[in-house]
Design a protein around this ligand. Structure first.
Ligand code: NAG
Ligand code: NAG
Ligand code: NAG
Length: 341
């Protein structure tokens, strides 16, 4: 037994040590700086600046949070952060300002992308083998901004502070497969007492093949189903739809594995639909407050060579101006599947 064990140790040492040495995955704590959330539904942001003239590859995200404290956490990559303070109020939905001590700003002042999302006690998230999110030199991501949504803040009444956040797993060793996130979404208006489809689609015009691996959906309270598709157009301009992800957007809004990992090629189309149900007697517009709506489908992918897509967003005017069947630009629409769970 012992000699078999030793042999195993030797083999493991010989085979794996060199790999471990060249990998050197390190951990960086991106945590709230002991903040004291004073009112419910508060969103706070804290930034880090990426070391200039260096490039890093993020390979995993380890949450340091519990659902009792944090409703959700988002990690943004920014070109410039929303504020120069150590933390600020960056609420998407906070219509009310109760805390005059904390400045208000969006997470990023420019170059905003969502890189990761955590909710509801999700465990560590790792990107596929050999894949990394490149940040710093050679990219538009010069800052990372952590956003924590504190839904209920009773536990902080006694003066307790919080350092929820994310441990970033990263390496300086270049990765050849680079990850990116494409955000599909719409503007538009949802009429009173209606079921409305908010739809977007964009063709991949860059000469790059992408490999989807995760998706996230986001709406406010009227979202019933959000779906995302890759569409291949054949020689006869017929569209073949492949479902990438489908969710009730009111389930925890984190990244989930895609339902189909087939590569999406140049000339293919990416599409998303949010089915919204309004029992309100007023029109609901797309916007940032609780009374407004959003329709977002995030697609996380990697490329095997070169850099991720220059296209970071695919936005349309939404209802009543834009639909998938406008001027029949998309056909074979899986209407039922795209709107039912
Ligand atoms: C976050 O990490 C710190 C240590 O780095 C720890 O003291 C703290 O309790 C953690 N918070 C949560 C919510 O896990
Ligand atoms: C942060 O500081 C820099 C340099 O001092 C300035 O150019 C930038 O406008 C500031 N950003 C904000 C959001 O105040
Ligand atoms: C697209 O990229 C491939 C490989 O990356 C290359 O062989 C091909 O020539 C490119 N096509 C165009 C039209 O640039």
């Amino acid at each position: 037994m012992d000699s078999v064990h030793m042999l195993r140790i030797i083999i493991i040492t010989v085979i794996f040590v060199p790999i471990i040495i060249c990998e050197q995955v390190k951990k960086y704590p991106l945590l709230m700086p002991n903040v004291h959330p004073k009112h419910d539904e508060l969103y706070l942001c804290t930034p880090i600046k990426v070391v200039p003239k260096k490039s890093f590859y993020i390979v995993g995200f380890e949450p340091n949070a519990t659902m009792e404290t944090a409703h959700h956490i988002l990690l943004y990559g920014c070109t410039t952060p929303g504020s120069n303070k150590s933390y600020w109020d960056c609420g998407e939905m906070s219509a009310h300002q109760e805390d005059k001590d904390i400045p208000r700003a969006s997470p990023c002042a420019s170059g905003s992308h969502v890189l990761y999302a955590w909710a509801r006690d999700a465990k560590k998230f790792e990107v596929p083998d050999g894949v990394g999110f490149q940040i710093g030199e050679g990219t538009s991501i010069h800052y990372l901004v952590l956003q924590v949504h504190y839904a209920h803040t009773d536990k902080f009444k006694g003066g307790k502070t919080d350092n929820s956040g994310i441990f970033l797993m990263y390496t300086e060793e270049p990765r050849n497969k680079l990850a990116g996130v494409l955000l599909l979404g719409t503007s538009g208006v949802i009429p009173p007492n209606s079921i409305t489809h908010m739809e977007s689609d964009c063709r991949l015009v860059e000469n790059k093949t992408i490999h989807p691996f995760a998706y996230r959906t986001h709406t406010h309270s009227l979202g019933k189903v959000v779906t995302g598709y890759a569409i291949h157009e054949d020689e006869n301009k017929q569209h073949q739809w492949t479902l990438l992800g489908k969710r009730d957007p009111l389930t925890p809004q984190m990244f989930y594995p895609v339902l189909n990992k087939d590569p999406v090629h140049p000339g293919d189309i990416l599409a998303a639909r949010c089915t919204m149900e309004s029992n309100r007697n007023t029109y609901t517009h797309v916007g940032a407050t609780n009374m407004d709506e959003m329709c977002n489908f995030y697609l996380m992918y990697y490329v095997k060579e070169g850099t991720p897509l220059d296209m970071k967003y695919c936005f349309t005017p939404g209802p009543p101006y834009f639909y998938w069947d406008k001027e029949n630009h998309l056909n074979n629409i899986p209407d039922k599947e795209a709107s039912s769970l």
